[in-house]
Ligand binder design. Structure first.
Ligand code: BG6
Length: 486
């Protein structure tokens, strides 16, 4: 499907995000013949490069990050023609004049693939230099602030020149196929929606586990921690899609309105329950993917005085009619046993077991897998065949989306970038959502400090600290741990 004509301005055009994700995403669209001849990609960076030098840099990086780049000679010739480079020291008023002739007819996208501490500066300078027109959009990545106050500050500076519908705040989890499929599953089928509430559901778990440590991002991570890095955005966004009421339509504002209501209904933690309903922890050394792994405190860029968590588990409640009395257990951590992200919807057991008086009957369980494979797994009780009487077993109805479609090719950044170009903001986060989630997160951070909630420890390569197991075991429930290590 051909895209509308666009000019994509990549601030940070020589950086990692551009090289690994954004340029390959646009190049794939080129190979599919979806970009018209008039569209342009303008790399912006502080280095003094000519456009020719930039083109050869892009060529090198595609060679490295685009799988069959060698076989795409024709597409490359077309792609190279649409590349330009602008040198910009963002502190130099003179340099800002290098950005001129911004179109007022095609879709103009300013993508800030830069460190977040430059967002304010760049968006203000775009405004001061009259570079914002009605056809312009700005894209920013997380983290948008580190608390409510700093998030408001960034949002205020973005809204100096851009209207809210021109601002695209990326949460890359919303670009994941399986996350979007949550909406289809819930609102295109009656079978689930009718039982999607406290009347049938016992509890819901959301786990986003990573096997990697902080890698080369120790400095950033140490100032951030798992609560801000993962829960404030990715996990809360997933929670919203799971818990929200049916939107009026799939249009962006309807979906965002419903997500916001969930965020506003989250029961705030209190000094009475924070120590029982939350766990924070740091990884110790251990074995990760068969190799010795160092502890968090031994990672480069990490300062032991910061007390930064690499694991969080929370038990939370949503104060509304649908979810009253249904706990949500959220968990995320680095250096866990495997990279696996899934949502587990655990149904209530049948009220009366007619098959065997007093015997336990496994409750039904719906698992929505985001990673490693994308799919849906519904466990149901069935009669074991070939035996007389009712010997029941709990078996899965398993739908692996990869078996039906080749969905591996389109990266979530590609999907999101195309949506910006098309002007479709439904998969981006609105200002009030970001601010509501920070408000809820800030309260946890403050309580962790004021109530002195201890920093637990866990061995690298496991499933987190024992207190995270206790958090759920106390309610006579257990985490479902993802695929075990091979
Ligand atoms: C990012 C976090 O937003 O998401 C990283 O900053 C994390 O710390 C990453 O590793 C996980 O994303 P994914 O898509 O690999 O699950």
């Amino acid at each position: 499907m051909e895209l509308n004509t666009f000019d994509l301005y990549l601030f940070g055009g020589t950086g990692d995000l551009s090289n690994r994700k954004l340029i390959p995403a646009m190049f794939r669209q080129e190979t599919l013949g979806n970009i018209d001849d008039a569209s342009q990609i303008i790399g912006i960076g502080s280095r003094d490069l000519s456009t020719e030098e930039y083109i050869s840099m892009v060529n090198e990086s595609l060679n490295k990050y685009y799988i069959d780049f060698e076989q795409q000679k024709d597409a490359w010739l077309k792609f190279a023609k649409r590349l330009q480079y602008i040198k910009l020291d963002i502190n130099s008023n003179e340099d800002w004049k290098n950005i001129n002739n911004v179109s007022d007819s095609v879709a103009v996208v300013y993508y800030l693939a830069t460190p977040p501490n430059l967002y304010k500066k760049i968006s203000s300078a775009l405004n001061d230099n009259d570079l914002i027109k009605d056809n312009c959009r700005i894209v920013v990545e997380k983290p948008i602030g580190s608390d409510l106050e700093t998030a408001k500050d960034i949002n205020n500076s973005l809204s100096l020149g851009f209207k809210e519908n021109q601002i695209y705040r990326i949460d890359h989890y919303l670009g994941k196929e399986a996350v979007q499929n949550l909406l289809a599953l819930r609102f295109a089928n009656t079978i689930f929606e009718k039982s999607w509430s406290s009347s049938a559901i016992d509890h819901i778990q959301i786990t986003v586990a990573e096997d990697l440590g902080v890698e080369d991002r120790g400095g950033y991570y140490d100032e951030t921690g798992a609560l801000r890095d993962m829960v404030q955005n990715h996990l809360l966004q997933i929670l919203c899609l799971i818990a929200m009421e049916p939107p009026v339509s799939i249009q962006s504002e309807s979906v965002r309105d419903e997500k916001l209501k969930v965020l506003k209904s989250l029961a705030p933690f209190t000094s009475d329950n924070i120590a029982v309903n939350s766990v924070r922890a740091q990884y110790l050394e251990g074995i990760s993917k068969g190799e010795a792994a160092c502890s968090y405190l031994d990672e480069e860029g990490v300062n032991s005085k910061n007390h930064t968590e690499t694991f969080v588990a929370l038990k939370l409640e949503i104060n509304n009619w649908r979810w009253s009395g249904v706990p949500f257990y959220l968990r995320t951590g680095k250096r866990m046993q495997s990279k696996s992200s899934e949502i587990v919807v655990r149904y209530k057991t049948v009220p009366h077991n007619i098959f065997s008086k007093g015997a336990h009957l496994e409750p039904d369980q719906l698992v929505l897998r985001i990673h490693p494979d994308e799919g849906i797994d519904l466990k149901l009780n069935t009669k074991r065949p070939g035996v007389s009487g009712y010997d029941l077993e709990n078996l899965p109805l398993d739908l692996n989306l990869n078996e039906y479609h080749e969905i591996g090719h389109q990266d979530c950044y590609e999907r999101l970038l195309l949506d910006v170009i098309k002007g479709n903001p439904s998969l981006f986060v609105r200002r009030d959502e970001i601010e509501a989630s920070w408000k809820w997160i800030d309260n946890i951070i403050n309580l962790w400090k004021s109530e002195d909630v201890p920093m637990e420890e866990y061995i690298s390569g496991g499933w987190g600290p024992s207190n995270a197991d206790l958090l759920i075991k106390r309610d006579f429930r257990a985490w479902k741990n993802g695929p075990s290590k091979k």
